[in-house]
Design a protein around this ligand. Sequence first.
Ligand SMILES: [Zn+2]
Length: 424
Amino acid sequence: MNRRRVSGRTTVALCLGLELAVAGGAQAQRPDDVPALARMADVKAALAAARTSEPRTLDDQIRFCETPASPFKEAARAELLRRAFVTVGLSNVRVDKAGNVLGERPGTQARPHVVLAAHLDTVFPAETDVRVRREGVVLRGAGIGDNCRGLAVLVAVARAMTEARVTTGGPVTFVANVGEEGLGDLRGVKALFSDTLKGRVDRFLSLDNAGLTISTIGVGSLRYRVTFRGPGGHSFAEFGRPNPAAALGRAAAHIADLRVTASPRTTFNVGRIGGGTSVNAIPANAWMELDLRSSEAAALTALDRRVQQAIDLAVQEENRRWGRAYSISVQRERVGNRPAGFTSASAPIVRTAQAVARALGLTAGPSESSSDANLPMSLGIPAIAIGAGGRAYESHTEQEWFDGTNAWQGTQNALLLAIALTRD
Ligand SMILES: [Zn+2]
């Protein structure tokens, strides 16, 4: 996930339709009852188990991380999670068509059905060195926080519930899902909500990365692969033909000059470029990958329109520059579409999450993120993403590192919240 801390209250305008859907869909959890819940014998025992087994949680975190899970190549890590789910006593452990690993823990009643999820995938290509170095409380490794921390805590929560024989209200389904990062395009949760668990999820909690933040705003994104094509030719003999790389350069420059708002936070990025065959050939094609984001759906749509205009303008300019028979054409392929969504700051799921942190003596501030929670948010299902404890730095780089100081607090926080959300 990508996350941004929000200072104070968020100022994003409420979408009325979604707000009503969230309020209508939420069962009345009782944030006020959380301190009493934390004192119940079985819950107390589970919280204690979560703390004492933190060394095991950290071992899991390293173990999961040292098995690569590049986008679309999550199967090996998924198998580790499948086995872990069986070991900690979950029932009906299975892998769905999309590659998501699911395991269940029944409650005393059928609803509310809580889904606790953590994504399997990383942003790193398959050849990345994923060995983890341990230096005291610090763990260094690609993906160690995002999202090996979430995966380890997912398993730790299930283990603590089993060990302490916790009784929950509704059932909990634990999910290690595919496709959160990069061009994965939320395909794991999309499959979960449109097929595997369609119509059966009442509350969704994503464990994503470290820290203790509560993300209620799902930043939406649109991603494109834009390909410019032209006649190509010898750089000297055919000089004068329009150049796809030059058209791309013009487009990138126009996009770079776009003005966007800080609130709602709206951003753009030309992330990858490529094309051509040789230094002495006019390329026949050049491509770029674009990432457009906003915490508000309307702002994202507006940015999208301006970016498409910038691309059209660049093509016209390059064709006009040479004014010959040949021309550049452009093809836009949408490779990512994450809906923007949000859960109201006053929604029961958010107030419960805050009450849980308070009951454990922790501070969990609000943040905006782009995570698996976007999808249920956009469907009006109560959903948040939280950090799974400890602290992570340099996420999405090979220099990523994790500070495990008091990381057990994050495990306890996820555990108590999962239990609290199963109650009416
Ligand atoms: Zn993540």
